[in-house]
Design a protein around this ligand. Structure first.
Ligand SMILES: Nc1ncnc2c1ncn2[C@@H]1O[C@H](COP(=O)(O)OP(=O)(O)OP(=O)(O)O)[C@@H](O)[C@H]1O
Length: 285
């Protein structure tokens, strides 16, 4: 079967004053329609670079991204991106932030009434219909992130790209949003590529976890199939043997096979309070 998204031999060299810096070396990944893929790896290994190449924001030095048989060379609405920091227009309401994207994507295809219904439908999917007329400054971080997700979904992208979408949120809000995303995923069966630093989040949400080696010249180290039934419930899974095996496999990859290069350097330094968590990776690295 032809892959829906095909990353082949992606190599990325950034020009720097000291000469080219090779961030990625021959990244190969085939993604099927409707798959939920998480990219995980230590800070600086090249996850955002991969995502930005798929988004068309970066051009790979070598290799290509092919979506439904067509090479990706520039950004396009069929690849919507959700960033860690929502990126909503502050002068527009939640409703208007979504409406502006919908008008751009469905120019001439939807009537005024259809646009209104579609915006409200996506606000409802993200459980934000009650906040339609609020401005970003009046919303909490989690609410803003929900609007960002609703806006991306409203564009009906072929691929939803998420760069640590819940990274800036507290643990409870993050859990609510993960649950909402799973609900939405059940309904829409989107093709998703998500960057995360959170091992539990990766196992809970993904069909496959793509684990990257440390840079420079990072590549895909291992790919783990997460064969857990859906719908998934975080409380049930907490005591599920398979869930815990998957979790352990990711932790082994990250902390034994490809331990954090920044952490190695700081091993001789006194430990601070934030160290010791086996869930989030060394985000401060
Ligand atoms: N524009 C650029 N110019 C030079 N080097 C860059 C550029 N963008 C990224 N890099 C380097 O490429 C490597 C990969 O960066 P990238 O942001 O993709 O990592 P990441 O895995 O997403 O990191 P994090 O988890 O901290 O967000 C890093 O060493 C980074 O310093």
């Amino acid at each position: 079967m032809n892959p829906y998204v095909d990353l082949s031999h992606l190599t990325m060299e950034f020009p720097t004053p000291k000469g080219p810096f090779c961030a990625l070396d021959k990244v190969n990944l085939k993604i099927q329609k409707g798959e939920f893929i998480s990219l995980i790896g230590h800070s600086g290994c090249g996850k955002s670079t991969v995502l930005n190449i798929i988004a068309g924001l970066y051009q790979a030095t070598k290799g290509a991204v092919v979506l439904e048989g067509k090479e990706v060379n520039e950004p396009g609405p069929e690849r919507a991106v959700v960033f860690q920091n929502h990126s909503l227009f502050p002068w527009l309401t939640a409703y208007e932030n979504i409406e502006i994207a919908v008008k751009q994507v469905f120019k001439g295809q939807k009537s005024k009434a259809e646009i209104r219904d579609w915006v409200m439908h996506n606000l409802t999917l993200a459980h934000m219909e009650h906040a339609a007329h609020k401005y970003p400054a009046e919303l909490s971080g989690g609410m803003k992130q929900r609007i960002g997700i609703a806006r991306a979904l409203a564009m009906e992208p072929k691929v939803l790209l998420m760069d640590e979408p819940f990274g800036a949120l507290d643990a409870l809000t993050r859990a609510h949003l993960q649950d909402s995303l799973m609900e939405i995923q059940t309904e829409l069966n989107n093709t998703v590529v998500m960057i995360t630093h959170d091992v539990d989040e990766a196992v809970l949400l993904s069909d496959r976890i793509v684990m990257m080696t440390n840079g420079p010249a990072a590549t895909i180290g291992e790919v783990l199939d997460i064969d857990l039934e859906r719908p998934r419930d975080r409380l049930t899974l907490a005591s599920d043997a398979h869930y815990n095996e998957y979790r352990a496999a990711v932790l082994r990859f990250l902390h034994q096979k490809h331990s954090n290069p920044a952490q190695k350097k700081s091993d001789s330094k006194p430990k601070d309070k934030s160290e010791g968590s086996d869930n989030a990776l060394g985000q401060a690295a």
